[in-house]
Write a protein that binds this ligand. Sequence first.
Ligand code: SF4
Length: 423
Amino acid sequence: MTEPSTAARAPRRSKPATDPRPGLSGLPDGALEAWVAAQGQSPYRAGQIRDGVWRQNIVAAEELGTLPAGLRGSLDRAFRVDTIAADEVTVSDKGLTEKTLHLLSDGGLIESVLMHYPARGRREDGRPEHRERHTLCISSQAGCAVGCPFCATGELGLGRDLETAEILDQVRHAARRLAPGGAHLTNVVFMGMGEPLLNLDRVLEAVAALSDPHRFGLGARHVVVSTSGVVPGIRRLTELNPQFTLAISLHAARDPLRDVLVPLNRRWPVAEVVAAARACARTTGRRVSYEYVMISGVNDTDVDADALAGLLRGDLAHVNLIPMNPVAHTPWQASSPQRVAQFAARLQQGGVGATVRRNRGQDAGAACGQLAADRAGEPPAPTVAHRRAVIVRQSEMALRGDRSAERLPADLEAAVAGWAGNR
Ligand code: SF4
């Protein structure tokens, strides 16, 4: 979006982390062994360090009591054992949701959300839950260039891509918090701040570390990578035949409306996104999840449900309906529970499976990026009013069926240029 509110609040495009030492958890395969050998140490020392990183989730070299003091000092001088300088944890939903604001070494802020699902509870689709689950939603970028107007992160603009270690250290921090209770992370979803496929190399490195039995050891099938529709990125993933779940943040099945709700649609429209996701499902044999934020009077009509069913009918696909979280800069509200249920039923009648997801952390700034946006401070009231007016005008146009003539925001144009030029 190009409204002044975004410009006013966007953090300066930050440099890579100011500490030049690489993050230890993000080292590629074999790099740790090479470093240990260069120190003149026995190869088993690499195993001890790796255990410390991935089993004990250490945040400082001094926690590695199995290493000689000299090697601990060398390790500390060569690497950042932890790339996240500090955490601020907000607990809500009677302890079932922990939202964490992580401070990066360059002062950037990112969020992760840890959600607990007790074994005796019910799943969101109503089925009984027999196994305790702990799902972590992580960020892939500080801020986001896509600028979806219902999203607090979109309001911040893009800070920078996260390093591989900064992605993985969110996971290690959550695992460290779970450990005293004997619990483990069961699922990791890339649905936090940022567009994962615009930082794809690092996201793929992170997924490789998560699913490597010698590192985090979480099966790839327990990982979800989402995208708002970076079509060349989906195609590249398809070539890799990934075993994780692909999730498409769709939010509208009609181009005029999706141009407004997900501005990236102006580059890669609905039909191209769904065709790429369909090809991915055919290659992997794995069902694609379609995320759909429900906004009252905007994308929750019967016409929208029918358009969505028509788009996905016959595909290996499932729709997750998520009531919108309130966000300061948008005039929109969440669809009512009754409307969400009617929309789900209409999709199912149309031959497309759908689940209504519950919003987590409503009492703790549930919207993605909300805590970081709160830290950035409220923009001036006239800026918010202007932004709201623009959103109303754009959505009214879209609901009449007129497509937006607006170009991609400059940040987003720059971010997609590489993809568009290369593929
Ligand atoms: S919804 Fe996702 S893609 Fe859209 S602005 Fe927010 S973080 Fe970015």
